[in-house]
Every structure is written in structure tokens, then in C-alpha cells.
Write a protein that binds this ligand. Structure first.
Ligand code: GDP
Ligand code: IMO
Ligand code: MG
Length: 424
């Protein structure tokens, strides 16, 4: 059997957690391949709202194995808290959760370094979630990092100490104030807790599942426009959030990948700093933020809002090989008489393009919009594509024509049940 991939196509928070939870019963395994506790994936079902950060979104479904892959960066302290929050659900973690021994560990000093680097950037700061993501990936690439498998060795504390010494030297260079002792106590308690879980070579686990005909869904975190290579650099995260990241982040061959589900909001949001060509600074932006309840699931920060950006979507559909599109939060546009969609960008030299420019940070990009009629009615009671208001059908058709990929799932509310799947 092959592996399917679900990815956010914008700047994160597209609704990946909800959709993974909806699709999970079709799969035997759900695997996270990159990112870490910078992610906040919200699931809603049976009147419960739950936010996951590092644990894959298949965890609430019975008999599904969940994998934290080698491409992830894991904070044991946040992991312990996440597990305790799941206590009421009586999940059998010994059967349902597997952590790669090659997953990089986020140390308390990684979080401190994140804060020090951001502070030093002043008004050029990335707007990081300050979870230590960047510094942990930095250490991974610099071949200095500690991995989850290391916690099982007697020499772990020595390895920890030698890396922390390096970090402290950098922190002192930045004149960063901190108190490490309480953070270390919490860290080592959490490390002991982590030892009780399945720490294995998950690449074997996943490939054996695939070989025996089981199905696997890879759950992306963040979004393609935050990809470290192709996103709005340097205002990005520090991992490859795209399909290619699945292979290195889980240890599967490119030929194992089958369907690629690209998920996007019917409009666009961004949290943190960085360019956002279709951002709205007017009442309509405020309206999207309010109706969409656009506040970060990890940091609570308000999300910047704007119209759908087709050139950016075309770009990420291309680099990810998206085979199906899922459109989220269509209910948020219920109250708009007209909806705008950016089809091109106007560049500083006066020319227009539908490609994603190299430099959208320093060069001024003006979106060129097409205005479409809004459905301006509630979507409650819509059970299938046939029940949708004409204007929503037209909106879907327009996006499909632009992106040359079918939209096979439309989400109309945060709950598991508020989902319409084509031919379902
Ligand atoms: P993720 O990071 O991609 O998993 O997305 P987040 O959980 O950070 O943000 C998505 C937010 O939108 C969450 O609060 C979801 O509960 C909510 N949500 C998901 N789908 C829909 C939808 O179709 N309509 C509405 N109104 N909210 C949705
Ligand atoms: P999910 O998985 C939205 C953003 C941060 C910041 C930039 C770098 O919930 O979609 P980092 O902490 O990685 O150093 O931050 O990336 N960011 C996200 N924005 N959703 C996320 O995850 C994000 N993870 C990171 O706001 O701009
Ligand atoms: Mg999120």
C-alpha cells in the first residue's frame, strides 16, 4: 500500500488537525514528519475541542498507530503536558503511539536561544512561536543535536551538559537573562516520563506497515508558504513543510507516496511577521478575523487575514504535486456579498505575473483581484456538493480551474461532522 500526504498550502492553521481526524478512520497509521510544538492542530467532536501540538491527530481514533517521525523536533516538557491532557480519553499509548529514536530533542536552552535571537532581530523578528524550533533544527544540521534515542543511554546527561555549555556561551554573547535550573528540573522529569513510551526506529515500522498492505497518512504541520526552502524566506519555519519533507522526515521512498491532499482556507491567514500580499487592513479583514475566530491555537496571537491568493496556491500545488484540494472554513465567508480572489500580482516594474516572486519581502507586490459573488447565506444543512448554493459551487469551480486540481472536500464548520466530501 502507498502513503497519502496531507499538507497545509498557506501560512499554517488551515485546519489540518480537523481533516486528519476526519480522514483517520480510513488509515492504519498517522505520522507527523516535521515541525514540533510550534504546531497547534485543533480537533472538535462530540462537543469537545482539543488542541494537539506534537502528537499526531489520529490519536483519538481507535486502532490507529500514531508516529512522531525523525523529522520532528520534540519538546519532552510539552509532550508530558500533552499526554496528561489526554488522560480523560483513556488512550492506549503503548499500542497507539510510537516515537522515532532519531527525533531531535528540544532542550530548555533551545527555547532561550529562540528568544535571544528574536530579541536581537528587533523589528525584523520572525514572530516565532518561541518553542525553540529554529535553534533545534540549527543544531541538527550542525550535527550537534541530541536525539530521543540518546535519553536511553547512560551518557545522556554528559551529552546534554556539553551542548548546554555551548548554548550558554551563545546566550551570554547575547546578554540574555535567564534562570536555567527550574527549566532543567522540569526537563529531566519530562525525559524520564518520555522513556516510558515506544521509542523505536519508526522508519522500519512505517515501511513494514506499507509492505503488509496497511495505509499511512502523513500529517503536515505549518504550511507550504512557511517552508524553509520555498516559503517567504526568511519569514518561515525551519523545516521542509512540503511533500518532499515526508521522505526525509519519515524514511520512506518518494515512490511510496500516492495522493497528496492540499488543504487551504477559503481565504487566507498568517500569524507572525512576514509578507502577506493579500492582507486586509480594513473592516473586511476584521470581519474575517472575527467570524473565523482567527487566533493562534499555540500562542493565542491574532491571525492576520486576507483574500485567497491564487498565484501562491499555484506555486505550492506545483512544488508539492497536490492531487486533491480540500477547502476549509467556507462557512466564514457566508456573510459576504462579494468575495475577492487574487489572480495575479503587479510587480514594481508594472508587469503582472501569476508566479510567486523570489522577493516578496523587500519588493512591493500589488495583488490584482477578481471579484466573485458571495453565497451570502448559511451553509447549515448542506450535506453534499449538490446542496451547495450556486455561488459556492461557482467559487469552487473557479479555484479548480485556476489550480487545475479538483476540490474534493469542503469544510463548513470546526466539528468533525461539518465536512462535505465529494462522492461520499
Ligand atoms: P491547523 O493548525 O491546520 O490544524 O489549524 P488550527 O487548528 O490551528 O486552526 C484552524 C481553526 O479553524 C481551528 O480553530 C479549527 O477548529 C477551525 N476550523 C477548522 N475547519 C473549520 C471550518 O470549516 N469552519 C470553521 N468556522 N472553523 C474551522
Ligand atoms: P500549524 O501546524 C501558523 C509561524 C510563526 C512564525 C514562523 C516561525 O498549527 O499550522 P517558528 O516557531 O517555527 O520559529 O515560527 O512560523 N508558525 C506557524 N503559523 N501555524 C503553525 O503551525 C505555525 N508554526 C509556525 O508564527 O511566523
Ligand atoms: Mg495551527
Amino acid at each position: 500500500m502507498k502513503m497519502d500526504v496531507l499538507l497545509g498550502l498557506q501560512w499554517g492553521d488551515e485546519g489540518k488537525g480537523k481533516v486528519v481526524d476526519v480522514l483517520a478512520p480510513k488509515y492504519d497509521m498517522v505520522a507527523r514528519f516535521q515541525g514540533g510544538p510550534n504546531a497547534g492542530h485543533t480537533l472538535e467532536f462530540d462537543g469537545i475541542k482539543h488542541v494537539l501540538h506534537q502528537i499526531p491527530s489520529g490519536i483519538f481514533r481507535d486502532k490507529i498507530k500514531n508516529v512522531i517521525g525523525n523529522g520532528v523536533v520534540l519538546d519532552p516538557v510539552i509532550f508530558k503536558k500533552e499526554i496528561h491532557k489526554l488522560d480523560p480519553f483513556n488512550i492506549n499509548f503503548s499500542e497507539n503511539l510510537f516515537i522515532s529514536n532519531k527525533t531531535q530533542l528540544i532542550l530548555p536552552t533551545h527555547r532561550l536561544l529562540d528568544a535571544a535571537y528574536e530579541q536581537a532581530k528587533g523589528n525584523k523578528k520572525i514572530g516565532s512561536t518561541l518553542k525553540g524550533i529554529g535553534p533545534t533544527y540549527q543544531d541538527k544540521i550542525a550535527r550537534l543535536g541530541l536525539r530521543v534515542g540518546d535519553i536511553l543511554d547512560d551518557g545522556f546527561e554528559d551529552k546534554y551538559r556539553s551542548l548546554v555549555n555551548e548554548h550558554e556561551a551563545i546566550l551570554s554573547f547575547y546578554k540574555h537573562q535567564y534562570e536555567l535550573k527550574p527549566l532543567e528540573e522540569e526537563f529531566f522529569e519530562a525525559v524520564s516520563f518520555l522513556k516510558k513510551f515506544n521509542i523505536v526506529s519508526t522508519e522500519y515500522l512505517i515501511n513494514k506497515e506499507l509492505k503488509s498492505g496497511k495505509s499511512v497518512l502523513a500529517e503536515g504541520a505549518q504550511g507550504s508558504l512557511l517552508d524553509v526552502d520555498f516559503g517567504s524566506y526568511p519569514f518561515v519555519t525551519s523545516s521542509n513543510t512540503m511533500t518532499a519533507g515526508v521522505c526525509t522526515g519519515l524514511g520512506v521512498a518518494p515512490s511510496s507516496i500516492n495522493r497528496v491532499f492540499g488543504i487551504f482556507k477559503a481565504y487566507c491567514t498568517r500569524v507572525g511577521s512576514g509578507p502577506f500580499p493579500t492582507e486586509l487592513f480594513d473592516e473586511e479583514g476584521v470581519k474575517l478575523q472575527k467570524i473565523g475566530n482567527e487566533f493562534g491555537a499555540t500562542t493565542g496571537r491574532p491571525r492576520r487575514c486576507g483574500w485567497l491568493d491564487i498565484p501562491a496556491l499555484k506555486y505550492v500545488v506545483m512544488i508539492n504535486g497536490v492531487t486533491e484540494l480540500f477547502m476549509m472554513k467556507s462557512d466564514v465567508l457566508c456573510d459576504f456579498k462579494t468575495i475577492k480572489v487574487c489572480t495575479h500580482y503587479k510587480l514594481p516594474d508594472g508587469s503582472t505575473t501569476d508566479e510567486f516572486p523570489y522577493d516578496i519581502v523587500d519588493k512591493e507586490i500589488t495583488p490584482v483581484y477578481k471579484e466573485l459573488e458571495g453565497w451570502n447565506t448559511s451553509l447549515e444543512g448542506v450535506k453534499g456538493f449538490d446542496d451547495m448554493p450556486k455561488q459556492l459551487v461557482d467559487y469552487i469551480k473557479f479555484i479548480e480551474e485556476q489550480l487545475e486540481v479538483p476540490i474534493n472536500l469542503v469544510s463548513m464548520g470546526p466539528d468533525r461532522m461539518q465536512t462535505v466530501i465529494r462522492n461520499h
